[in-house]
Design a protein around this ligand. Structure first.
Ligand SMILES: [Zn+2]
Length: 241
């Protein structure tokens, strides 16, 4: 008979592998649920998630790249995905100017990241890159704020876009922006860069975005598209003309 601690560890490890919710297990669901109930593990809480990471020796820094949602984060994601697209949209979260609890901010950010990468199908909206780690635990793609978090940009789908790490950085520093029709617009300052900048061997990593002169890869539902007010703010205050 395995000892209680071993069962708990095995369960937490399995939770990590299966997306974090015991209820979603297909095989042996009833048995797993019974065991999980005994250990109060029916849903993964943030605390259980942290424990599972420690047991599986996954560095805490990787937490944000795991496609697993704790119970708390799932609630945030559900709320974000189900929010109706507003007719009048203000991309700034003025309530955040009041100091929020760290835990609340962390949950909101994790929920934001998860909701955004999910609606973009885990793909970079700029180049289409979609890749996860060999153990299938982490996705490469990130959720970028269009109006940055530091400028009180909202943590919602309308102010978010999924980008690979390179395009996230190039977007944040203003090498490219998006027009209202979601086509990519490159900074004219690129032409002043030395020819070998922004390249990897034969591949033009930034300039090729404009050559396609096509729309970004948008989410499946129109209600999830980035809001024009966020894009306009980014063009005005971040993009280099
Ligand atoms: Zn990309």
């Amino acid at each position: 008979m395995p000892i209680r601690g071993e069962v708990r560890q095995a369960l937490l490890r399995t939770l990590l592998k299966h997306g974090g919710v015991v209820k979603e297990f297909a095989a042996g669901q009833q048995v797993v649920e019974e065991i999980a109930d005994q250990f109060q593990l029916t849903e993964v809480t943030e605390k259980g998630f942290d424990q599972a990471l420690r047991i599986s020796r996954i560095p805490a820094a990787e937490k944000n790249f795991l496609p697993i949602k704790s119970f708390e984060v799932q609630k945030v994601v559900k709320k974000l995905v189900e929010t109706q697209r507003p007719t009048i949209y203000e991309p700034f979260d003025t309530s955040r100017k009041r100091i929020r609890k760290l835990r609340e901010t962390t949950l909101r950010l994790r929920g934001f990241r998860q909701a955004v990468i999910e609606v973009y199908g885990y793909r970079c909206a700029a180049c289409g890159l979609k890749i996860n780690s060999p153990d299938s635990l982490c996705w490469e793609v990130e959720a970028a704020h269009i109006v940055p978090h530091a400028s009180f940009g909202k943590d919602d789908i309308f102010n978010g876009i999924a980008l690979c790490r390179f395009h996230h950085w190039t977007f944040d520093v203003g090498w490219f922006a998006l027009l209202d029709d979601y086509t990519i617009c490159l900074s004219p300052k690129l032409s002043r860069l030395p020819a070998d900048f922004g390249r990897a061997g034969r591949y033009e990593l930034i300039r090729s975005l404009a050559r396609r002169s096509s729309q970004i890869r948008l989410p499946t539902g129109r209600q999830f598209y980035p809001h024009e007010n966020s894009l306009r703010w980014h063009r005005e205050f971040v993009f280099h003309r």
